[in-house]
Design a binder for this molecule. Structure first.
Ligand code: PMV
Length: 307
């Protein structure tokens, strides 16, 4: 049997503007992960089971744009395999879906790695990321590529669309509290709403995206030099611009206020927005209190993670 796992992720700075070529920072979240197992099977055909989403089917029965089926076919095609082997694939994941934690990318990365390894030709990180990007298009429409990159390399990533991924140093470790609104939001729909705004007044929105890009660059410098006191205000400033883009929501705002009131140094939504997760920067000893405050304010779950 071959198996592979991939972590979840959070975007620290720069979501949405990253779609328009500005830099964004993302880090893996190892407390949640997706796992794929592939083994030879006695029945013919490629069987895929993903109990978390109630899926148990033969590959041939799945539509070509079904993300798991597309990932499997993508691996066969990358490896030049024409006849389908008799295998059973099992997918499981502890990453909540449609919540900005990169569940789609993590499932694809784990599946592509486990399957290519099982077939005796493990794909390189670059190939895994590129193929996952193709699958992300099925989930997201016009993804920037940040999710497949951070999840594949499982390292902090400074990402600019169309450029080779760069990792960045973390000068001093810091603690992030993640709070889940429990509201599922379609990144594809939110990205498309932002595109509509941009189309109506491109100059105005390019200016907003420039401001986000500047914050992301400042945040990278602050993280690299270990100047954590700069990070909280940068998160708040990024959030204010996300609000202007109309991608926040009452549920997110409630959690952001609760985190700040409980002592977080800064907070913002993370990912596509309108639901999903928010993140808050907190001193390590204050993180449990911030997580508690988030739960009292309605968060469905919290994760404390060290960057
Ligand atoms: O919702 P998520 O975590 O998949 O993040 C989407 C991030 C966006 O910048 C909104 C879109 C993208 O493809 O970068």
């Amino acid at each position: 049997m071959s198996s592979a796992s991939a972590p979840g992720k959070i975007i620290l700075f720069g979501e949405h503007a990253v779609v328009y070529g500005r830099p964004a920072l993302a880090v893996p979240v190892r407390q949640v992960q997706a796992t794929a197992e592939v083994e030879a099977s006695s029945r013919s055909g490629v069987w895929i089971a993903a109990p978390d989403i109630g899926l148990a089917s033969e590959l041939a029965q799945l539509a070509s744009d079904q993300p798991l089926a597309a990932a499997v076919r993508g691996v066969f095609s990358a490896l030049g395999i024409a006849g389908f082997p008799a295998i059973q694939i099992r997918i499981s994941s502890s990453i909540p879906v449609a919540s900005g934690l990169g569940s789609g990318a993590a499932v694809s990365v784990a599946l592509i790695r486990a399957l290519s390894a099982h077939l005796g030709q493990p794909l390189s990180d670059e190939q895994v990321s590129a193929l996952t990007f193709e699958i992300e298009k099925l989930h997201h429409g016009t993804p920037s590529g940040i999710d497949n990159t951070v999840v594949t390399y499982a390292r902090p990533v400074y990402f600019v669309k169309g450029q080779p991924p760069e990792t960045f140093k973390v000068g001093a470790p810091f603690t992030i509290v993640i709070g889940d609104t429990g509201v599922a939001a379609s990144t594809k729909a939110v990205v498309s709403d932002v595109r509509q705004l941009w189309q109506t007044a491109p100059r105005r929105w390019e200016d907003v995206f420039d401001r986000v890009g500047k914050i992301a660059r400042q945040a990278r410098a602050a993280i690299e030099s270990g100047d954590l006191s700069a990070l909280g205000p940068l998160m708040d400033a990024n959030q204010a611009l996300l609000q202007i883009m109309s991608v926040s929501s009452p549920e997110l705002e409630r959690l952001l206020s609760a985190a700040r009131a409980a002592g977080a140094q800064g907070a913002k939504l993370s990912g596509g927005g309108r639901g999903g997760n928010m993140i808050a920067l907190a001193a390590k000893e204050k993180a449990p209190a911030v997580a508690e405050a988030l739960l009292s304010a309605g968060a469905k779950r919290t994760i404390i993670t060290q960057v």
